[in-house]
Structure formats: structure tokens, C-alpha cells
Design a protein around this ligand. Structure first.
Ligand SMILES: Cc1cc2nc3c(=O)[nH]c(=O)nc-3n(C[C@H](O)[C@H](O)[C@H](O)COP(=O)(O)OP(=O)(O)OC[C@H]3O[C@@H](n4cnc5c(N)ncnc54)[C@H](O)[C@@H]3O)c2cc1C
Length: 403
């Protein structure tokens, strides 16, 4: 949808910069509660992005609570019922415990997942623009963010005001830069990921392979394909793969025979590469602004947890906004940090690639423990859903001015 054909208000309760996992979810939740929401993304509706998409249990719980897990399964994303870790010759298979509203995990393509979240936001009443870049924030004389200016696909510039501007604009967040959000914690490790797609009808479940300075993954997704990923420390990527991604084939083939040749011999979608960058936890809010998703918290993708973080924090941010209390923003950040810091620490322990195959299972166990604390928080939210609606309906929007 093009912004130049969508009639806009001059003021919104909330403007969201970025409309993928974090932004579209936040827009959906605020709109479901009755707020007037505008979200804008500089990329196109239904476009792909530089990310694999293995969802962990926290993401599946959120999507299930929001009524989106079943539609995603119906989109053709296979239900993942087990995770197998390949530590050299040793295989450890962990079954995924099904729950009444969650038959297993899924790994939908981002073209499917992000589009469905945008559709849900629109169905709830949000205006979501694509091909529309926010290129500045509007500040009042006291330094409070009051709105944004954006440029649409036709090159027209518009200024729109809002009670709160949410930066859901990813790792290189423009909003975070403009508001000078402080970095609270910096991660230690940087891992590069090279990935592509191959038909894999016979495979089921997630498969993760580990070797010296290398890991591989097989992630079944839509249309009978699997995403196949090779991950190496950034220094190794720079030295061996950067200018020759097919070197990843040889590395993967050595790690798991057949894995490399599947994706590289398939002649389908071209390979994509992310060079890596250390994790980072940023200040989550300030006068008139908040950050959600990678904009606020980035951890290395090796533990496949970014989308889970984004969906969890989208709800935390929406709930804080809807409560209209400054203290709720602080609580949002405190809860986010209490869950994010163990995720960051245990992800870094895995991404360091300084382990032996004998040591690695213990690091995976610590990551799994961190995720269990997060799952407990989300299940408590799910239990509350059964008693009261997930977020209050029909908020008096002028109250937002108070935060
Ligand atoms: C290689 C790789 C593999 C990954 N694999 C997994 C995985 O398997 N599982 C998992 O859970 N996570 C994975 N992640 C992490 C996951 O991709 C992110 O955590 C997730 O995309 C964060 O969502 P987000 O909405 O915060 O940001 P993004 O998905 O980055 O979306 C931000 C959006 O903001 C838009 N934007 C930016 N600036 C502006 C602007 N000025 N105006 C308008 N729009 C703007 C961008 O166009 C973009 O569409 C991976 C990441 C990488 C890099």
C-alpha cells in the first residue's frame, strides 16, 4: 500500500517506525486496544529481509496468544516437533512438547510472518505504510519527541505528530541514533551467517550441527523448502568466505555431509550473508519515545532468539504505553532487561566458539534455562488472558501525554 493514496491524520496516539516483527506486533496490540496508530516501513509489503526464521517457544507462545499460530501453520510452515543437536558424531534429539494451543514450533519465511503481522495490525485498525522512510524525528523545545517526518514512495515529505514514537527499526535503528539512546550492555561475540534454501521433503524438525569454528542449521520452512545456514566467527568469515560464499559449502559439507551440497547445488535463491556484529542492549525509553525489537536489544542470531525477543518486547512496550504511567515504562525496561541479559550472556557463551564439543551441551543447557524463565513470564501472561482481555480496550488516548 502506498502512503500517497492513504489519507492520514495529522496526529496519532502512536507512530511506529518499522513494520516487521516488532513494529507490526506493537501496532497490532495498540490498535486492538483502541489507539490510533500509524506504522511505516521503508521496505515493501511482504518483502523478505536478511534473517533466518527458526522460531523458539517464546515466539510460538506469543503468536498462539495473538491468534496467528494456526494461520501460519496453514500457510504451509511445517510444525516442528523436535530439535536435534549434532555434536560431532553424537546426536541429541529433544522432542518439542505440544500444548493445546501449540502443536509445536514453526519457522515461517519472513515474507509470510511479517506480512501476517502487518495484516493483523491493519485488521485491528492500524494504518501501515510501506515504501515509506522516516527520515527525521520532530522534537519540542524541551527535547521530547513529538512526531516524525517521512518520505513516501512518491517522494512527498509529511510531518505527523504523535504522543509516542516507537522505534522498531531494527539493528541500525535510526530512532535510537536520533534520541541518543544509551547502550547499557555490549555483547562480546560476533558471528557471520551465510544461508540459502533447498527442497528437503524428507527432513523434519530443526537440526543444528557443531564443529570447530563452524555451525550449521537446517530449518524446515514453507513450500517444502528448508533454510540451510552456515555460521562462523566473523574473523573466519572475513578470511575465508567474504568474497567466496561457496567456501561455506565446503565447510558445511565437512561438518554434515550433504548439507552444503543441498543448498549450494540447488540453483534456487541466491545465498545471503550477514557479517555479524556484537550484541547490544539499549536504553528502552525516553521522553516521547520507546525502542522495541532489535532496535532495543540485539543478540547474535546463533541462538535463533531475535523474533522471540521482538514479540515479547512488543507486548511489554504496548502494555506500558497503554498503562499511561511513566513507571510502567521503567517496569517494561526492567522486565526486558531481566529476561534479555541472560539471553545475551548465554548466547555469547555459544557464539564465542571457544568451546569443545564436550563443553557445548552445558552452554546450550544454560541458554535453555534462560529461555525457561522467559517462557514462565509468557505463560503467566497467557493465564491472565483467560481471565481478562490481554490489554485494556478503549483507552482515553489523551492520557498518553502524561508519559
Ligand atoms: C542472519 C540472521 C539470522 C537470523 N535468524 C533468526 C532466527 O532464525 N530466529 C529468530 O528468532 N531471529 C533470527 N534473527 C533475528 C531477527 O531477524 C531479528 O531479531 C528480527 O528481525 C527483529 O525484528 P525487528 O522488527 O526488531 O527488526 P527488523 O526485522 O530488522 O525490521 C525493522 C524494519 O524497520 C525498517 N526501517 C528501518 N529504518 C527505517 C526508517 N528510517 N523508516 C522506515 N522504516 C525503517 C526496516 O526497513 C525493517 O523492515 C536473525 C537475524 C539475522 C541477521
Amino acid at each position: 500500500m502506498r502512503s500517497n493514496v492513504v489519507p492520514l491524520h495529522s496526529h496519532y496516539d502512536a507512530i511506529i517506525v518499522g513494520a516487521r516483527c516488532a513494529g507490526a506486533s506493537t501496532a497490532m496490540l495498540l490498535s486492538r486496544a483502541g489507539l490510533r496508530v500509524l506504522a511505516g516501513d521503508r521496505q515493501s509489503y511482504g518483502s523478505d529481509t536478511l534473517s533466518t526464521h527458526a522460531l523458539m517457544r517464546p515466539a510460538a507462545i506469543q503468536l498462539s496468544r495473538w491468534g496467528l499460530l494456526q494461520p501460519l501453520i496453514q500457510s504451509g510452515a511445517p510444525v516442528i516437533r523436535s530439535t536435534t543437536f549434532h555434536y560431532g558424531e553424537q546426536e541429541v534429539t529433544v522432542p518439542i512438547r505440544p500444548e493445546p494451543d501449540m502443536p509445536g514450533l514453526i519457522a515461517p519465511r519472513r515474507t509470510v510472518l511479517d506480512r501476517m503481522l502487518v495484516d493483523a495490525a491493519r485488521a485491528a485498525g492500524a494504518t501501515v505504510l510501506h515504501d515509506t522512510a522516516v527520515h527525521d524525528l520532530v522534537f519540542d523545545p524541551h527535547g521530547r519527541v513529538r512526531g516524525v517526518t517521512f518520505r513516501d514512495a512518491a517522494g512527498q515529505t509529511r510531518e505527523v505528530s504523535a504522543d509516542i514514537v516507537v522505534g522498531a527499526d531494527g539493528l541500525g535503528s535510526f530512532v535510537a541514533r536520533k534520541v541518543e539512546a544509551r547502550t547499557l550492555v555490549q555483547g562480546r561475540c560476533s558471528v557471520a551467517h551465510v544461508f540459502g534454501y533447498a527442497p528437503t521433503p524428507a527432513f523434519s524438525g530443526y537440526h543444528w550441527y557443531f564443529g570447530r569454528n563452524l555451525s550449521g542449521g537446517m530449518i524446515p520452512t514453507n513450500d517444502g523448502f528448508a533454510c540451510i545456514v552456515a555460521s562462523v566467527p566473523t574473523e573466519r568469515f572475513d578470511a575465508e568466505f567474504r568474497f567466496d560464499l561457496s567456501a561455506a559449502q565446503r565447510a558445511l559439507a565437512a561438518l554434515a555431509p550433504g548439507l552444503g551440497s543441498r543448498v549450494f547445488g540447488n540453483g534456487g535463491e541466491r545465498l545471503k550473508a550477514f557479517r555479524g556484529t556484537p550484541g547490544r542492549l539499549r536504553q528502552a525509553y525516553g521522553p516521547g519515545w520507546m525502542l522495541v525489537g532489535d532496535a532495543g536489544f540485539f543478540r547474535d542470531p546463533l541462538t535463533s532468539h531475535g523474533i522471540s525477543d521482538a514479540l515479547r518486547d512488543a507486548e511489554g512496550a504496548a502494555t506500558a504505553i497503554l498503562s499511561c504511567r511513566e513507571s510502567a515504562l521503567r517496569e517494561f525496561q526492567e522486565i526486558r532487561d531481566s529476561l534479555a541479559l541472560p539471553i545475551l550472556e548465554t548466547t555469547d557463551a555459544i557464539s564465542a566458539f571457544d568451546w569443545s564439543l564436550e563443553e557445548l551441551p552445558e552452554r546450550h543447557k544454560r541458554f535453555s534455562e534462560a529461555m525457561k524463565s522467559e517462557v514462565a513470564v509468557l505463560l503467566a501472561r497467557a493465564a491472565r488472558d483467560r481471565q481478562v482481555p490481554p490489554i485494556p480496550q478503549g483507552l482515553v488516548t489523551s492520557q498518553l501525554e502524561a508519559i
